[in-house]
Design a protein around this ligand. Sequence first.
Ligand SMILES: *Cc1c(COP(=O)(O)O)cnc(C)c1O
Length: 374
Amino acid sequence: MNSKTNSNNPYLLLTPGPLSTTDSVKEVMMKDWCTWDDDYNNIVQSIRRKLVALATERTEKYTSVLMQGSGTFSVESVIGTVIPRDGKLLVIANGAYGKRIAQIANTLGIALVVLESDEMLSPDLERIQQTLSDDLAITHVAVVHCETTTGMLNPIKQIGEIVKGQNRIYIVDAMSSFGGIQMDIDQLGIDYLISSANKCIQGVPGFGFVIAKIEEFEKCNNQARSLSLDLYDQWQTMENNNGKWRFTSPTHTVRAFYQALHELEEEGGVEQRQERYETNHRDLVDGMREFGFKTLLADENQSPIITAFHYPENKDFTFQLFYEKLKSKGFVIYPGKVTDLQTFRIGNIGEVYKTNIANLIDAVQESMYWHTHA
Ligand SMILES: *Cc1c(COP(=O)(O)O)cnc(C)c1O
């Protein structure tokens, strides 16, 4: 196991976040912070700048806002703040997280069209194009980048071209990909990108963040359908008070995130991190296929973030037993989330290296042997 990792943990999390973090990320949480002191607020401001720089080379056109809560709170803050009262949202959904965006809009009483499609397939681009040209009331389009349900990487570039070609506002839930997959949101035409602390940047849970195109975001005053999730007001407060949050912020988590950003830079940035995740993913899939496991998705749709596998054909297989066996050998995997099929998932992200995956594959082999010879 990598020496930076997990000396206090009996097992490695192979989950899509919260995930295994370094000891150094955890250690910086051993200090208490005052939320109005400069020492803390300067960290917040630095994080905000670093996030924009991770997202695009055109940093002058974008800003970032941090928001308390898990990632969903940040998604809800965007949906509830940036769509005007007479606006209408198109959600492209091919998994649980796409559906969640639609559920948020429904709960908030926002006019909504959902293009729901098969969880195993990439969204139908022509249908998106058609829907936008048929329904001129649609003002905003939302899609998930890496649909963590399956591990599907959705074509945000092609969708962005359609959305921008039709002059609509583009919202991307890049929760499980930002920091782990290279992207430039200006080139992708993204107006609002959402992610959170405990995914590919490898911080601990407690807040999410939004990277927003300033020109659009400036129009969103007094639109929020919630007080605590008013993203515009949170932005203004941070802008006007040197990084101050409106309500108590998760100070320790923020400090840990700052360290995690530093470690991302030390690793060589998103490019290097993506390479590590891709290696993890390739070794995982190759190893699992040797034992006859089949991936849920075709390789061309698969992200390097998380991989879903079908249950093996072995009729004695139970996920619970497999899970317990792997856990006893130091690996925690993730149950499946697709609607109709029996699957489990293994995350490739977090403080996880090639050697960890090699050890996991050995553990899988032993667990499968146990299944057949119990
Ligand atoms: C993790 C995740 C979220 C947010 O989930 P929370 O449990 O609220 O942190 C949203 N979208 C995607 C694609 C995710 O992977």
